[in-house]
Design a protein around this ligand. Sequence first.
Ligand code: NAP
Length: 340
Amino acid sequence: MRAISYRRTGGPEVLELLDLPVPDPGPGEVRVRLAFSGVNPTDWKSRSGATAGALGTDAQVPNQDGAGTVEAVGQGVAPAVVGQRVWVWEAAWQRRWGTAAEYTVVPARQAVLLGEGPSFELGAALGIPFLTAHRCLTLGEALPDRLGPGALAGRTVLVQGGAGAVGNAAIQLARWADATVVATVSSPHKAQLAAAAGASHVVDYRQQDVVTEVRKVAPKGVDVVVEVAPAANAAVDAQLLGPHAAVAVYANNGGDEVTLPVRPSMTPNAQWHFVLVYTEPERAKVIGVEDVNAAVLDGAVRVGEEAGLPLHVFPLAETAQAHRAVEEGAVGKVLVDVTA
Ligand SMILES: NC(=O)c1ccc[n+]([C@@H]2O[C@H](COP(=O)([O-])OP(=O)(O)OC[C@H]3O[C@@H](n4cnc5c(N)ncnc54)[C@H](OP(=O)(O)O)[C@@H]3O)[C@@H](O)[C@H]2O)c1
């Protein structure tokens, strides 16, 4: 099969297009013929060596997310899933077979039935961003542990960085769950994207005072902050916490060290809660996959400019450029068409 892979960590140039044997599914696994691979910051960070464990001796195929069709099953997996369209999550997490290839093999539960309606582009955009967003929206003690229509009714969600991939997912899932969603952005174009995703209120944090603007929508504070840049935003977040609110910190954009005013978080009994999607509790992962899939089957999740998530599609041989685009902050969703 045609597969992108790397044997040493480094810049995008370590990615090579190779001809590798088609992998066979082991017990409990499925083989998926991929259509699209989704690219996330985690993929270039792993490839660069910034976050990866030691590489094995085999070439590593990058990228966690993808979508395609189940082609074969290993021992113990019902053959009925052969031919089914699926989305794939965490294909390369502590495994060799990422999604930047014509085929991957994953444990059966990591290939989730997509049905006939949703596109493969949408399927490949789900895994990392939507599972992370789901975790952020459900981890507070004043939040439901499941999402679905009505689950966040009466609650206000602040999404810092609403035009990012995770920010977009948080807006879409929170709106599906009937929350009031406020998003911050840094430009008028990103404001349009956050509004297209479903944010009811958008604040340009370069032009407006975030605390003043969010207080207009949520005078008693918000229920959860989905936070991409805690070093930059902690003081603002702390002033916006409603009773028993949570700040879900899922990234360190803009700095690794956080300074927190203590008292404003004590008064509302707030939680500062950190998120890494790979290592979240098992029950949260199971629920996240189920709820994200339910949102997709409900027609509540979309991709493309009109959903606030412009698509940028690269052919398989240009996966290095796709990684570079994500590293350089492409706005929207970067995908690799593995058939091109
Ligand atoms: N913990 C996890 O499990 C997990 C999962 C997924 C992603 N991540 C991490 O999360 C980060 C974002 O991933 P992504 O795929 O969403 O990337 P992305 O699409 O590039 O989005 C990043 C967003 O962060 C926003 N941002 C940066 N500084 C900001 C600030 N001070 N205030 C508000 N927004 C700010 C940017 O908006 P502006 O340019 O407008 O500021 C941009 O929209 C990456 O570091 C990634 O590695 C972590």
